[in-house]
Design a protein around this ligand. Structure first.
Ligand SMILES: NC(=O)c1ccc[n+]([C@@H]2O[C@H](COP(=O)([O-])OP(=O)(O)OC[C@H]3O[C@@H](n4cnc5c(N)ncnc54)[C@H](O)[C@@H]3O)[C@@H](O)[C@H]2O)c1
Length: 275
């Protein structure tokens, strides 16, 4: 098992939430970090909080050429061999299938899945050439179960999971690994940054109200998520579940593949009563 500590780490979506926390944690473990995000302000905030070597690039992960250029730049800059490429940038939209705006579904799919494939296309040749390193792609618990009013997000995250699991098999014997991250609820800006049309219970009129409710149920801090992801990578895990809710969703999907939402709905009701 090779450690990633001290090796260069590439992280997309590093201007907020999980990506920001992973950047800070890895930098604290001696990793030079190359950070990308389309939110320049967030990116600068992350960079300013890191003591060691940092490279930042404002880019949209849907832009394959932009990621290819970034990969060339990272190769030139990297003070240590590349250890990790974390394709993590992601977005969501809250809307029902019957009334869905196709352009919002497309946006979610292009960022969440297209961003991952673009990142892999840009960086995998470098890892294969050096015969080491880990590609880590962020899926979700919604890459394990279907959830109402999250259809495009679920589709994109199931796609990330399938793509990464296929890649994992292709990489056997190459010295390079691939892992999928399945976070449960993590207290980040994912809902604040979402597009909003309707939620599944019809309780919210706007994204602010949905974000407040999400903050109530999301149990894991970004720092704890970063710790679980870092330790999972170091342990060589191919599937990294973040939070006890992620473990529960995973078990439900496996053991009650036709009934998991009955249980999730009941748990949601209990959780809300307990608040
Ligand atoms: N927070 C959760 O509960 C949760 C659960 C499961 C999965 N995830 C996944 O974790 C990943 C990180 O999300 P987060 O929760 O930290 O949310 P976040 O909104 O706090 O961070 C996401 C970051 O990605 C960036 N980003 C979005 N679109 C981009 C684009 N096209 N190009 C470049 N950067 C872009 C945003 O600017 C932001 O800085 C996402 O893939 C998300 O789907 C989050």
């Amino acid at each position: 098992m090779t450690t990633i500590n001290g090796r260069t780490a590439v992280i997309t979506g590093a201007g907020s939430g999980i990506g920001q926390a992973v950047a800070r944690r890895l930098a604290a473990h001696g990793c030079p970090v190359a950070l990308a995000d389309w939110n320049e302000e967030g990116l600068e905030e992350t960079a300013a909080s890191i003591g060691g070597p940092v490279l930042t690039r404002k880019l949209d992960v849907r832009d394959r050429q932009g990621l290819m250029t970034f990969a060339a730049e990272v190769t030139e800059w990297a003070p240590a061999p590349l250890g990790l490429v974390f394709n993590n940038a992601g977005v969501t939209v809250l809307q029902g299938v019957a009334d869905a705006a196709p352009e919002d579904d497309q946006w979610v799919f292009d960022v969440n899945f297209g961003g991952v494939t673009n990142g892999v296309t840009a960086f995998l040749p470098i890892l294969l050439e050096q015969r080491s390193g880990v590609i880590v792609n962020t899926s979700s618990v919604f890459g394990l179960v279907g959830f109402p009013h999250q259809s495009a997000y679920c589709a994109s995250k199931f796609a990330v999971r399938g793509y990464t699991e296929a890649l994992r098999q292709e990489l056997r014997g190459t010295g390079v690994r691939a892992a999928t991250v399945h976070p449960g609820g993590v207290k980040t800006n994912i809902v604040v940054n979402a597009r909003f049309r309707a939620d599944h219970r019809g309780e919210h009129q706007d994204v602010q109200s949905a974000a407040t409710a999400f903050a109530d149920v999301a149990r894991t801090t970004p720092e704890k998520a970063a710790e679980i992801i870092h330790k999972g990578i170091e342990a060589g895990r191919p599937r990294i579940r973040v939070g006890s809710d992620a473990v529960l969703f995973d078990l439900l999907a496996r053991f009650a593949p036709n009934r998991y939402y009955d249980v999730i709905e009941r748990l949601e009701t209990l959780l809300r009563r307990g608040r």
